[in-house]
Design a protein around this ligand. Sequence first.
Ligand SMILES: Nc1ncnc2c1ncn2[C@@H]1O[C@H](COP(=O)(O)OP(=O)(O)OP(=O)(O)O)[C@@H](O)[C@H]1O
Ligand SMILES: [Mg+2]
Length: 374
Amino acid sequence: MMDPLTWQAGPRRARSVTEAPVKIAFAGKGGSGKTTLSALFTRHLAAQGLPVVAIDADINQHLAEALGTAQPPAMGAHLAEIKEYLRGDNPRISSAAAMVKTTPPGRGSRLLRPGGGDPVHALAADAPCGARLLATGPFEEEDLGVACYHSKTGAVELYLNHLADEPGEYVVVDCTAGADSFASGLFTRFDLTILVAEPTRKGISVYRQWQDYAAGYHVALAVAGNKAEGPEDVAFLREHAGDDLLAWLGHEPAVRAMEQGRPFTLSDLSPATRTVLGTIQARLDAQPRDWDRYARQAAEFHVRNARAWASAAAGEDLTTQVDRDFTVGQHAQSTAAFPAVPLGCLISGRACAWRLRAESPLQHLVAERNDDIA
Ligand SMILES: Nc1ncnc2c1ncn2[C@@H]1O[C@H](COP(=O)(O)OP(=O)(O)OP(=O)(O)O)[C@@H](O)[C@H]1O
Ligand SMILES: [Mg+2]
């Protein structure tokens, strides 16, 4: 198995404009364009030779198709193994069964690097653009009535909580529709959340919900308008999103063509769409990572979760799982701190090589708003 850190030293790794690690989420109303933008942005990053892990955190799994790759095995179906791996020999976590989606890492836990050679990334599919794709998995018929689908998206929360990403590494998450990420602390796990909004009252209402729910959590939000067809649409978005309006897309013929079975390369995208992708990247790269906020909020949500239901469900006090002296950031810059990946992979089968196959040479897109349709 490949060492979890070896890909970082790979000769084809391009440097990001940023020196901060970056996790971005695309959220919004159902059908607003979350998957489309997640896929376009993932391809935009991968085309520059940047390491990127895309995660389909929606129970309606469409990101694999949008990235032109096979559906990866569901993380939700491997939760027990993922927990067993991540808890390592953390003495505060008595068993994998006592690990819930909000259980934070502590001393002894195993941390992940995006695209690393660990059993979690062994589940990933390689997309043709060079990105790796993880997926929570669909909500199965047999889950109906017996399981809450938050237990599926819980795999993503565990993943993000244990991720010791380093500068220039990107994680792109396609979220469930609406404000579902507020069912747990998931909404605090990103450096930037893009609310994809169609220029309608319903479209903008999800942004408002996020604004309300996220108030006080220091969560960076920006709005990307989608399917904006003219100046009135842009004016509507601007009126309702104000300075949070980062960029907007119109109808993108290449996206429609792909849905009709004709794949496209990034150079087939309209200049306006390419500019939007550059704008999002510039905004993301400018976002500082606050490891202390990450640790503080992980602890806060876990304690809340434990008191609300998790301790009773596990039959033990899970608030004691919080290791107050531990932040992932202490370990992110220090390779020596990384626990070794065991020789025996808990999840068998798939090769873990991180393959960067640039779609086009490194391109610097001008980071400006696309005022051409305003
Ligand atoms: N800018 C665009 N140009 C053309 N078609 C678009 C654009 N944005 C989205 N679409 C199309 O709109 C539909 C919905 O987009 P998408 O699947 O990305 O939305 P979603 O928010 O992920 O939806 P869901 O909530 O179902 O996951 C798709 O058919 C997609 O191809
Ligand atoms: Mg979608």
